[in-house]
Write a protein that binds this ligand. Structure first.
Ligand code: CA
Length: 521
């Protein structure tokens, strides 16, 4: 071999090695929604609606049946995901806090290792996103129509821009535009595609304003729960379909920020439905009014999910068309679960099953076997670690979760967690849910309302709807002691220390909801 040919061969092999190395690091597409529960995702529960596009992720990948969140409320869940740390360590314990963006986050670590990072859609951490090459995020909570958004990134000063249209569609369009126009083909990407929907107050897009009009959504068995056999907080909240939905929640008044064309479309859809109800309301029983409110509320929620599902389909289609599907880890999750009428409620916050759990779907061709299910206890605490591990980036020892990558590969790590610690802090606050922490091992659950000195213990096997606390029951004395010891162990393990004390925030929405419900009823 001549020297020239040797060098040519050497360079060819070297280039191939670089190419192979670049190709082995997966892209990460993190699809995230706000308040989307398993009851409205047909891969989990098909009784209310079909979500064919979200189901594609489950069919091509893995469905987790026990993904528990550490603190079931919007901002805190996002801060946990950014940091891989519980609220008491990342500092964002309740909505209204401001995220300290200077701390270690997984997007920063990925970016340092050569990933192109972007976040599009709902951010909700108050401070300007850090660690992203590109961001275009809703300002605050963000409205369902015509949202202002903050655009910026490593090379762009943050600029607020106004948009016209339906927010779910706008976030989808921006995500596709980023993939088409901003994505650097020489780098793997980590893209956070984050919807506002289906957060309160569930305003459907123009396409689905009349969808489900002719069907009746099944009622949950606990719609008329009387909150007996539990500690006092269950009956002292302000999140009942019966009493706390406002005229705006129920669409008895139109949104105030629609343009004339949007408003005409909206009124065309709701006017007739509303007059049918309003003309009958005085002759309806209390039960019938609750049933009407339930149908109105749940249908609007499902309509919002329908647009989310469409948007996910469009983005998955694009990955496939562009040949990106094979080397992209796609994760779908919400920030927590939600009550679709269970216990008579809307909203979240509780350690009870519906809000403790979030859907979690993951697809990664060649790594995750299609159509698989995991019942292991996993958490939003594990997401940062999972993204780093998938990218081959070392997981910092101070992160508190575990990578899900071994589970993706079909392994069950020997020392995987068998119990889970939860802590909700926002009281006083929206919907007046008492502060509580607790532990569950998926068979039993112990909850401590520590400001009230009250406890609940549930036998999840015999009482999956959590209607009967057995705390203090002699038959459960041993289990109760065992769960208390486990709670103490976990609080020490996760370095909980003293519970954070802060100035109470006025109960937002209480006045509005309290007065509004009289008009609505
Ligand atoms: Ca949420």
């Amino acid at each position: 071999m001549t020297l020239q040919r040797f060098f040519l061969l050497f360079f060819a092999i070297s280039s191939l090695a670089v190419f192979v190395q670049a190709e082995t690091r997966p892209n990460i597409l993190f699809i995230f929604t706000d308040d989307h529960c398993e009851q409205a995702l047909s891969a989990y529960d098909a009784t209310r609606m079909a979500t064919p596009n979200l189901d594609r992720i489950a069919n091509d990948g893995m469905k987790f049946t026990r993904c528990y969140v550490t603190n079931a409320i919007c901002g805190p869940s996002r801060a946990v995901i950014q940091t891989g740390k519980y609220s008491h360590l990342n500092g964002f314990i309740r909505n209204g806090n401001t995220f300290d963006g200077s701390q270690q986050t997984f997007p920063k670590l990925l970016r340092e290792e050569g990933y192109q990072t972007a976040v599009i859609g709902k951010w909700h951490l108050k401070s300007t996103p850090q660690g992203f090459d590109y961001f275009d995020v809703l300002v605050g909570q963000g409205p369902y129509y015509n949202p202002p958004m903050l655009f910026g990134g490593i090379e762009a000063e943050p600029t607020q821009r106004q948009h016209t249209g339906y927010t779910t569609d706008i976030i989808r369009d921006k995500t596709l535009s980023w993939l088409k126009e901003e994505r650097d083909p020489d780098k793997p990407f980590m893209l956070m595609f984050q919807h506002k929907a289906p957060h309160r107050n569930w305003q459907p897009g123009p396409k689905y304003l009349n969808w489900l009009d002719d069907v009746t959504i099944p009622e949950p068995e606990t719609l008329f729960d009387d909150y007996s056999n539990r500690a006092s907080p269950a009956s002292n909240q302000t999140m009942e379909i019966k009493r706390h939905l406002t005229p705006s929640d129920l669409k008895l008044v139109a949104p105030t920020n629609l343009d004339p064309y949007q408003l005409t479309t909206w009124n065309k859809a709701y006017h007739k439905k509303n007059s049918n109800y309003l003309s009958r309301r005085d002759t309806m029983t209390e039960k019938e009014v609750i049933q009407w409110k339930y149908q109105r509320y749940v249908k609007d929620y499902l309509r919002c999910v329908k647009s989310v599902d469409d948007s996910v389909g469009d983005v998955l289609d694009y990955l496939k068309e562009e040949g990106l599907e094979e080397n992209t880890l796609v994760i779908y999750a919400s920030d927590q679960g939600w009550y679709l009428g269970e216990h008579g409620w809307f909203d979240k916050r509780w350690m009870y099953e519906e809000s403790l759990k979030t859907p979690l779907l993951a697809k990664w061709p060649g790594v995750i076997k299609a159509g698989t299910t995991s019942d292991l206890i996993v958490s939003n605490l594990d997401f940062a670690e999972t993204f780093l591990d998938a990218a081959g980036v070392e997981v910092p020892a101070n992160m508190q979760g575990e990578s899900l990558v071994p589970i993706f590969k079909g392994e069950t790590p020997d020392d995987w967690r068998s119990s889970f610690y939860y802590h909700y802090y926002e009281f006083p606050g929206g919907h007046s849910v008492a502060r509580h922490y607790g532990v569950t091992d998926a068979k039993h659950k112990l909850i401590h309302y520590y400001q009230l000195g009250e406890w609940e213990l549930f036998d999840l096997v015999n009482d999956p709807d959590e209607l009967n606390s057995v705390y203090g029951d002699a038959d459960y004395a041993e289990k109760q002691a065992e769960m208390k010891a486990e709670l103490d162990r976990l609080r020490e393990y996760y370095q909980v220390g003293e519970d954070p004390v802060e100035e109470p925030r006025p109960a937002k929405g209480k006045k509005k909801g309290g007065k509004g419900k009289k008009k609505a009823a």
